[in-house]
Structures are given as C-alpha cells and as structure tokens.
Ligand binder design. Sequence first.
Ligand code: TUI
Length: 312
Amino acid sequence: MRTRITELLGIRCPILQGGMAWVAEQHLAAAVSAAGGLGLIGGANAPGEAVRGMVRSARELTDKPVGVNVMLMSPHAADVARVVIEEHVPVITTGAGIPDRYIKDWKAAGIRVIPVVASVAQARIMERLGADAVIAEGTESGGHIGETTTMALLPQVADAVRIPVIGAGGIADGRGMLAAFALGAEAVQLGTRFVASKEAVVSDAYKERILAAKDIDSTVTGRRIGHPVRSLRNEMTREYLKLEEAGRSPEELEALTLGTLRRAVQDGDIKKGTVMAGQCAGLIREIKPCAEIIRDIMEEFRLLAEKVAAYE
Ligand code: TUI
C-alpha cells in the first residue's frame, strides 16, 4: 500500500506506533518496524545516553527503520535531540511542544521530522518550521492530550496544511484506520493497541487492564492545571481528581503522580500507578503479536474499504 507517508518513511504499511513513555522501548519498536510499520522509541524523560542505548539495541533486533519520539517537556530533550543526530536516526516524532529549537539541525542531518499536534494552529506552525508531516492527535488518546476529537481535528488539519497528515487518537482497528483515511489521513498512529501486544515489555496486569476496559473507563486528570492526561480510572485518578477539585497546587498534584506510570508499567501496580490508555481500550480484546495486529488491521481496512465503495 502506498501513500505519501509510506514513501516518505520507506515502510510497507502506513501504521506508526506511538512513542509512549516507559512502553516504547527497543523490543516493541523493533517488532512494529519488522512487521512493516514504523516503530518508535519513546525518549520520554530518559537521558540522552539511555535513548542511545535503546536505539542501538533496536538496530540489533531489526534492519528496518526505527524512529525516536522526543518528548519536548523532558529536562533531557536537548540531550536527546543531539543523540538522535549522532545515531543517524531516520525519523523523529515530537510531542508536548513545538520543536523550533531543534528542527533546523534535524533537517540538516537528513532526518524526517513529524511533530504531533493537537490543534490546527500547531499544525500550521509545524509546516512553517519545515516539518515533513504532522500527526493530528485527538483527545481520545492516552497520556497528554488536547481538547479536540480525532473526528473533528483530523479533517481540519488536513485542510490547513499541504504536508501529509497522520491520524491518531482512538484508533485500534481497521475501522478506525479507514475512518481516519476518510478524514484525510495518509497513515495512522496507534498507542494503546500496541501496549496490549505480545512484544510490549509491560506488566501483565497493565495489559490485562486494557483488555478488561470498557468504553467509559478512562478519565482525564490535570485539566485545572493545564496538563490534561488520560488514563484508566483507579485509586490514583480518584485521589488526584479529589485533590484537584479541592484546589491543590500544581506542584502538589505533580508530586502525587511522580513515578506512577513506571509503577504501573513495570511493577504492575494498576491501582496506585497511572494506567495511561486511550478511549479505544474498550475495543481491544486480545494480546497479539505486533505482526498480527498490523496484518489484521490492514486486512480489515481493505475489506471494509471495498464494502463502503459498494454503497451507491
Ligand atoms: O505527548 C503526547 N502524549 C504524552 S507525553 C507524555 S509524558 C508525560 N507524562 C506525564 C505527564 C505529562 C506528560 C504522555 N503522553 N502526545 C502528543 C501531544 N503533543 N499531545 C499534545 C501535544 C502538544 C501540546 C502542545 C503539541 C504541541 C504543543 O505545543 C505547545 C503550544 O504552546 O502550542
């Protein structure tokens, strides 16, 4: 299958894996890339040298391209920005900010740069800065989110920019992918679906919690402090929302969640840890290998596209 994104990235299937903190390490990224999509290593809050290690490990696992997501709010963002150049990483996605300080150097190094945006204004800025494409991420996503739904955001971003657009937020199967393409996307990015994969190095408790999730099981913390994060409802989110409602300070609320994503991902503490996941968690019923996830999505996309095309 060919779109401007498959051509730009040299991949077989227009499916990217989100650069999720603590989850998107070398095993997951390599598995997605080996299966024909684009796997990414999530820089998150990791130091540059830790990211370098993951990039090199991924290269041992696959000869297909693997990208890096640079989380711009990280204290190590500048460090990671330099390491990706030194390591000749072919593709960078960015999140939680505008990569204006780095994009020139990345482009000069021949790197494809694909920022995540949550609004039309951000998409226009990224195009002006020289981005190769943008990922329009709706509020259905897990983790740090914007306000607008994928359904409304994607076509407005597609109308606003000439560079190709990748759809993200709430997509977990071929139906979601076809919908995103109808809205103007030339690829999709999936996060939650790949957390519940065989290769993700994530506690069984976290994966099982995604399988058990219903449509209404996620909630958003941090809206009042301008830092909205979507995760599955548990003791942690209840405590957070209670304190947020009581008007506690941003510092106190930040301190409450410190280290809690790692606790859920690695230790399997899904009660007091933070279980970031998108609204599509309720669609996911089975842990599958990444190759099967991608194959099933592509097959469903094709069958459904034919079915839709047959309507008069
Ligand atoms: O970045 C994400 N999702 C994330 S980052 C993350 S790490 C974290 N952990 C705990 C608390 C906070 C963060 C977890 N999930 N998605 C991409 C994304 N980027 N969503 C929204 C944005 C975004 C936000 C602002 C992009 C650009 C932007 O520009 C800033 C501005 O001033 O307009």
